[in-house]
Write a protein that binds this ligand. Structure first.
Ligand SMILES: C[S@@+](CC[C@H](N)C(=O)[O-])C[C@H]1O[C@@H](n2cnc3c(N)ncnc32)[C@H](O)[C@@H]1O
Ligand code: SF4
Length: 399
């Protein structure tokens, strides 16, 4: 018997509109086999991780959060950490517990070296229909320098398993602008990526996060961050190579073949709502609250809901600007006003439009494709131009 065919996807815009009215679920798995030298995520390396307690904790947190969430979720995302270290039965029991829409996307992040074919099949049997594969680089020297716990052989072995699996989609994560990486080395990573032809690609430039060994090495002068000109050349090269191969850049760092955008990520960048479950997870709830869970397993088990804060209208406006301007569809100005009571001063927008960094079509403001590499600066400048929408002028009545 052949593999079951993957479910058909709704057209992107129809789906995105429906998703804006719903919510996604992010579940954080807080363990890895080893810690990469650039990683600032909430992860631990432990000989005997308490995974059954973690799964119980996710259930307990969900029981508390569910009553405030409307209907069924459009997506479920197991991220980490390395959730592919979890036993598939544990993932299966959690997938069954969540109220998901028909055809909801169910993603699991997978690290090379953490699974074999049988385990991947068991995850799919557990209801997972999308994998996000963390290759990061094929280059042995760079992988070592990043402290990745695997090399090219493990990455290739995992990639070789994917074509035979009945997945709806899968993603390939690559990091560029690595210490001393040349443009030619990045091109070699892209050559191999394009041979493998993943339906979805996330391509982030390395960031030197505070508190990480790589950042300490940078601060001590033991290595140098990528020169901004080379960074821009690398980013341009990525856009050209992936564009020529039929990928659509739907977010600054994310590319998809038609029909393969990540529903989870797409909702986040459209300023959509999601419940964040697990140690250290962040959420953005339909009522407008931002949630931050305790990082430690014991603290989180004792107090699963952690902190919740309602952003001020100005913070909400900044958040909306920050997320939606990363997305190719940009920001709707009428939505900014309706959701946050804020608008952008024309004097802040006009120079960016004239300078070619922004494009406006009716109520929609987006980054010009040529300005994607400058997105952080553009968003910072725009955020300074936010102001409360003035109340309507009182109408004077004449007798
Ligand atoms: C936290 S990781 C989890 C996935 C998996 N554990 C892995 O490492 O492949 C999720 C993604 O974030 C990105 N990432 C994490 N730290 C980063 C950093 N310091 N700079 C750039 N990208 C980073 C990588 O693309 C990575 O695939
Ligand atoms: S495998 Fe991923 S989550 Fe784990 S330490 Fe490395 S980058 Fe961080």
């Amino acid at each position: 018997m052949g593999a079951p065919s993957p479910p058909t996807l709704l057209p992107i815009h129809e789906r995105a509109e429906q998703d804006a009215l719903s919510y996604g679920i992010y579940v954080h798995f807080p363990w890895c086999r080893s810690r990469c030298l650039y990683c600032a995520f909430n992860v631990r390396v432990e000989a005997d991780p308490r995974m059954a307690d973690w799964a119980e904790g996710i259930r307990a947190e969900w029981a508390l959060r569910a009553p405030t969430l409307p209907g069924r979720a459009h997506s479920l995302y197991f991220g980490g950490g390395t959730p592919s270290l979890a036993p598939p039965e544990l993932i299966a029991s959690l997938v069954q517990d969540f109220p998901l829409q028909d055809g909801a996307e169910r993603t699991l992040e997978v690290n090379p070296g953490s699974v074999d074919r049988a385990k991947l099949e068991a995850f799919i049997g557990a209801g997972i229909d999308r994998l996000s594969i963390g290759v990061q680089t094929f280059h042995a020297g760079h992988a070592k320098r990043l402290g990745r716990g695997h090399g090219r052989a493990e990455a290739e072995a995992l990639l070789a398993l994917l074509p035979a699996l009945p997945l709806r989609s899968w993603s390939f994560d690559l990091i560029f602008a690595l210490p001393d990486q040349t443009l030619a080395e990045l091109e070699q990573d892209l050559d191999r990526l394009l041979q493998v032809a993943p339906p979805h690609v996330s391509l982030y430039g390395l960031s030197y996060e505070p508190g990480t060994p790589l950042r300490r090495a940078l601060d001590a002068g033991a290595l140098q961050a990528t020169d901004p000109e080379l960074w821009a050349d690398m980013y341009a090269c990525i856009g050209e190579r992936l564009g020529a191969a039929g990928y659509e850049r739907y977010e600054i760092s994310n590319f998809a073949l038609p029909g393969h955008r990540s529903r989870h990520n797409e909702a986040v960048w459209r300023g959509g709502r999601y419940a964040g479950l697990g140690p250290g997870a962040h959420g953005f709830l339909p009522a407008g609250d931002r949630t931050v869970n305790h990082d430690g397993l014991a603290d989180w088990l004792a107090d699963p809901l952690g902190r919740a804060e309602r952003p001020s209208p100005e913070e909400a406006a900044q958040d909306l600007l920050l997320s939606t301007l990363r997305h190719a569809d940009g920001l709707r100005l009428d939505r900014l006003a309706a959701e946050t009571g804020h608008a952008l001063r024309p004097g802040a927008v006009a120079p960016l439009l004239q300078g070619g960094a922004l494009v406006q079509e009716g109520e929609r403001l987006r980054l010009a494709p040529g300005a994607y590499a400058l997105a952080d600066g553009v968003v910072r400048r725009l955020a300074q131009g936010l102001r409360p929408v003035p109340p309507p002028a009182p109408t004077t009545r004449t007798a």
